[in-house]
Design a protein around this ligand. Sequence first.
Ligand code: GDG
Length: 449
Amino acid sequence: MGLIIVANRAPFRLTPEGLVPAVGGLATALLPVLERRHGVWVAAGEWREKGQAATPRESQVRLEQVFFPEKEWQGYYGGFSNRVLWPLCHYFLERVELRREFYQDYQRANRRFAERVAEVFREGDTVFVQDYHLLLLPRLLRERIAAKIGFFFHIPWPSSGVFRILPWGRALVEGVLGADLIGFHTPEYVENFLRTAAYYGYQVEGNRVRVGERWVRVEAHPLGIDTGRFGELSQDPHIGLHARALKRLAGAERLILGVDRLDYTKGILERLLAYERLLQSYPQWRGRVAFFQIATPSRTSVHAYRELKRRVDEVVGRIMGSFLREDWVPLRYFYQTYTQEELAAFYRAADVALITPLRDGMNLVAMEYAYTTEDGVLVLSNLAGAAEYLKEALLVNPYDLDGMAQALDRALRMPEGERRERLSALKARIEALNVQGWAERFLASLEEG
Ligand code: GDG
């Protein structure tokens, strides 16, 4: 049976040789399944040239692009997706910009996706829709085609009290309930969604929502990482050499690492302040610890992201101004994108990973670090979906600077026995969440249900 995946972004990147599969995240999770089923990926258009340039190489997958007029794209993507839904679902309510024209563009864009999927659809195909950009799509598809429809939401579904802030909340819930199966990372988001549906008057029984004659199932399907790949990276001798070079560059007994897209939900500012607090409150670490923060450029066309970059630059400068010595660089801030191999070298060099988003649907970096490091310590925000599964991490409240400084001190001093014990438990949990099984499990539930 055929499979159509619909997501805002395509799982490819453009190289001089043409489009090649991207590494990480959704591409790793979904491309193998799609290849086995000779499927189609429908995404917003990034590559205008028709023909060769937009045909993926080294892949059996067909790419269908949906193009938008510039204004509609801005309203749908930069507007409703990233200035309404993204901040709302991560509880940044003061950042939500409730503008009617954003919603109108979001409706138009979702309709455009629906038209394209309907063209591509063949009888018997399953359609699997991804994420917050496409909440209206399941219902629009149901009106057009007789397909099994799955939907996965990669970010937190907020409490119903927060969701209700959206003047279009009812229509969005109606839209997503066009699916047969709706998936989230954690039981908490499932619970929040069911309460939201109940608020809008739907009958809810167990984990099912009644829509007319249909029952829509809502399930937790936690996404993990490619453990095979990260297992290899953790053993690769070249990466080992690079890791040692990074450790030398750090020039300190202990290295702390942060890795994120530069996004206000990731808690980068608070994390820098917590590190500053560590150096103030535990002066014994001055000269003995270094902090590397990698921030990957993201959504640079959205004002809030440029503003965040300015503030991070400022705080980095201030910490350097207060603590830098001739023989010690307390902090290095890398605003750039790395290859996965380079990233793995950072993971292997770091004694502690400080992953402290203020909210996060799951957070795969936490899993990548714990799976790749040999004997490091994971300090993880209790507001990331991953905290639900990675119980052996040191869990912290990412808003509590003193608490984070204290946890850092503990992580830096943690005896080897405890480190290894926690890490082997974490690795076993991550193994069980392996991404390879994720799509199969979701699709099996969708197609059998
Ligand atoms: C969303 C949700 C949910 C980062 N910098 C580089 C790089 N990365 C890779 C990491 C990791 C991925 O990007 C980031 O994934 P996260 O899960 O941490 O966060 P989001 O991007 O916000 O993802 C999140 C996820 O969707 C999946 O459902 O977990 O909660 O917000 O894989 O390694 N990769 C490379 N170079 C970089 O510089 N190669």
